[in-house]
Write a protein that binds this ligand. Structure first.
Ligand SMILES: [Zn+2]
Length: 344
């Protein structure tokens, strides 16, 4: 990442100065591999007036460009706030934006002011996340769409295939940029592979609605409950006096084998909500790889018993299909975890 100058001019006649905090000294938590070519605005020595902090960055911008591009800036600069009063009375205003990422804002301001040659053609998911945060904050979806489409298209191949450290960044970017297919894929991974509520799992405050994170957590817990219920249902059926398998003593062998297998995996007693630290993927794979001996020698290879709602009352199968029952049921639960749709 190139370091930011103290002063960036987007419009030499600009009537507004944005004051940002320089984050170069921050610990680099993001891999912002922005194309360095032409990302900066026109740079001049930092001897302009104003009271920027020693480590601050000033950006001279045009209020009319900001107001046209962003309804949020329009309200700030034209709507009766201190900044708009200053703009009216003195012709200039300062706006403090200590939370905003300077590099990301610089890219957006170049778009807003028409300096498109200075806008990078590609960037990493780290920088695109910073940009998405600001697009959401200032309602810049429309004015940036051509660029965000281009950036996202080039990044698409990097979408993680399984739970990764930057999954929350992908969730944020696909949500803010309304990329429905990628959003669905990302949320599918979260449902299947997250180990708890995703709220607060990143250092940054990402603009992902709490309702989305709640839905993902509900799906995770729901699937884990169903997994455990599958095992419980089998245990209940095999404890009953009615024979599940007609082969002598096979029920006892099957039940004992199941309990032993669960115990050896630390899953006896079965986990309970909220299943903290457990993912569906982990639990399902552990259930699937359990070795379940039977006396009849049938370990789910034929005479499959398919799970039905009235499994407890169904004794139609003559041999053990215990393993097959578990595998089939887990596959069904997994198929239910398909990610979220973007509405609208
Ligand atoms: Zn049997």
């Amino acid at each position: 990442m190139t370091s930011m100058p103290d002063y960036v001019e987007f419009d030499p006649d600009g009537d507004v100065v944005l004051l940002l905090r320089n984050r170069d000294s921050n610990k680099g938590q993001d891999k912002d591999n922005t194309d360095s070519e032409g990302t900066s605005g026109a740079e001049v020595p930092a001897d302009v007036d104003g009271d920027a902090q020693p480590d601050g960055i000033q950006m001279r911008v045009s209020s009319s460009h900001l107001a046209l591009a962003s309804s949020i800036f329009k309200r700030l600069l034209k709507g009766g706030f201190a900044e708009s009063l200053s703009l009216n009375s003195t012709g200039t205003a300062e706006v403090r934006l200590p939370e905003d990422n300077p590099q990301a804002l610089q890219i957006l301001l170049n778009i807003i002011h028409g300096h498109v040659k200075k806008v990078p053609r590609a960037m990493g998911i780290g920088m695109l996340t910073h940009i998405a945060i600001l697009i959401d904050k200032y309602c810049l979806h429309e004015v940036t769409e051509i660029f965000t489409d281009m950036w996202f298209k080039k990044l698409k191949g990097d979408i993680p295939g399984s739970f990764a450290k930057d999954l929350m960044s992908w969730l944020c970017v696909t949500w803010v940029l309304r990329k429905s297919k990628a959003f669905k894929d990302t949320t599918k991974i979260a449902m299947r592979e997250s180990e708890g509520h995703l709220e607060g799992t990143t250092e940054r405050d990402l603009p992902i609605p709490a309702s989305i994170l709640d839905s993902l957590e509900k799906a995770r817990q729901g699937a884990l409950s169903e997994c455990c219920d599958t095992i419980r249902t089998i245990q209940v059926a095999y404890v009953q006096p009615e024979m599940q398998c007609t082969y002598p003593n096979c029920d006892a062998m099957a039940l004992g084998g199941l309990i032993k297998a669960l115990t050896s995996q630390g899953l006896q007693p079965l986990p309970r909500p909220p299943f903290t630290g457990l993912s569906f993927k982990w639990l399902a794979s552990n259930f699937k790889k359990m070795s379940l001996p039977t006396l009849c020698g049938v370990n789910g290879h034929f005479r499959t018993h398919y799970y039905t709602e009235d499994f407890e009352n169904s004794h139609s199968h003559a041999e053990c299909g215990i393993k097959r029952t578990i595998i089939d049921r887990l596959s069904l639960i997994e198929q239910g975890l398909q990610g979220l749709e973007l509405e609208g």
